[in-house]
Design a protein around this ligand. Structure first.
Ligand code: GLU
Length: 295
């Protein structure tokens, strides 16, 4: 038998410990867990705590408690992203060598002013799928000398992916296989469009890795074969596929699931107390109640 074919599928739930879990997280975690069990696969838990300003050990502990209460079990040890910052730095180093990233010095405030000034003239600044303004193109064209001079000045900077250059590295179409569906029902073979995000940030001054870089690397390093997550991350997959291609990482199968909306019809947020798992527990509801609501 072919050894690679006999390997069990690997699923993961990857919460960020910057708040309490809500029903939407419960759906994601339960789907991953149940799909892994149904396919004799592995179920991993990964704590995505690269943002030191928002992640806390208390939220992490609460997440583990809620997941156990839901009756889920996962492989130990749990991977915590903050334990692997060197790996993300190393990958960034590769991308710098490839010439597909550039140091970006504009502050949030400077970008905001540029966008506002531009829009006051009645023109729309291009925005990403989440509605955030794309990064201004100015610094993309700096020569290596200019970049070195700016870096030597010690000014705080981030590293951004030059998406056009990165797409040109291997010009063939970039796709992924979607087993679930996107927000507009997109399914099957999806054409990735990383340019929709502009030059995404891969590392910032206060955190050595971005969500995009660390999630992509970890999925590969942990051998994740099935990425099952909410539709709010559907469009991010375009960036993940591009990073996979640049770094020579395998392509998992993607399955984006519906989002659970609050009574106001909006996406649940971590501060929305009544849809939190902890609130369900405190109200004497059972894990079966949660399953019945979300599945
Ligand atoms: N850590 C991300 C979040 O909590 C999810 C990452 C993923 O599933 O790709 O939103």
């Amino acid at each position: 038998m072919n050894a690679t074919l006999s390997k069990p599928p690997v699923f993961r739930f990857a919460p960020s410990p910057n708040g309490l879990l809500h029903l939407g997280h419960a759906l994601s975690a339960i789907l991953n867990h149940d799909m892994a069990k149904a396919q004799n696969g592995r179920f991993l838990l990964r704590i995505e705590d690269i943002d030191p300003t928002r992640s806390t050990p208390e939220f992490e502990a609460a997440i583990l408690e809620d997941l156990s209460w839901l009756g889920l079990d996962w492989e130990k040890p749990v991977r915590r992203q903050s334990d692997h910052l060197d790996l993300y730095r190393e990958a960034l180093g590769k991308l710098i060598k490839m010439g597909v990233v550039y140091p970006a010095f504009l502050t949030r405030g400077a970008i905001k002013t540029m966008v506002e000034t531009f829009e006051q003239r009645g023109k729309a600044w291009p925005r990403d799928p989440d509605g955030a303004p794309l990064y201004p193109p100015e610094e993309r064209g700096l020569s290596a000398d200019q970049q070195q001079r700016m870096l030597a000045s010690g000014k705080q900077h981030a590293w951004r992916l030059d998406v056009a250059k990165a797409m040109a590295v291997r010009g063939e179409p970039l796709t992924w296989q979607e087993a679930g569906s996107g927000p507009k029902g997109e399914t099957g073979i999806i054409t990735a469009d990383p340019a929709a995000w502009g030059d995404v940030i891969l590392s910032r001054a206060d955190a050595p890795s971005s969500y995009h870089l660390s999630v992509t690397l970890d999925d590969a390093l942990q051998g994740v074969t099935h990425v099952v997550r909410g539709q709010d991350l559907f469009h991010s997959t375009s960036v993940h596929r591009l990073l996979q291609r640049l770094l020579g990482l395998p392509e998992p199968l993607y399955h984006h699931h519906r989002l659970i909306l609050g009574p106001d019809g909006r996406k649940l947020s971590k501060s929305n107390r009544d849809t939190g798992i902890a609130a369900f527990r405190a109200a004497g509801r059972t894990p079966q109640d949660v399953r019945a609501i979300v599945l």
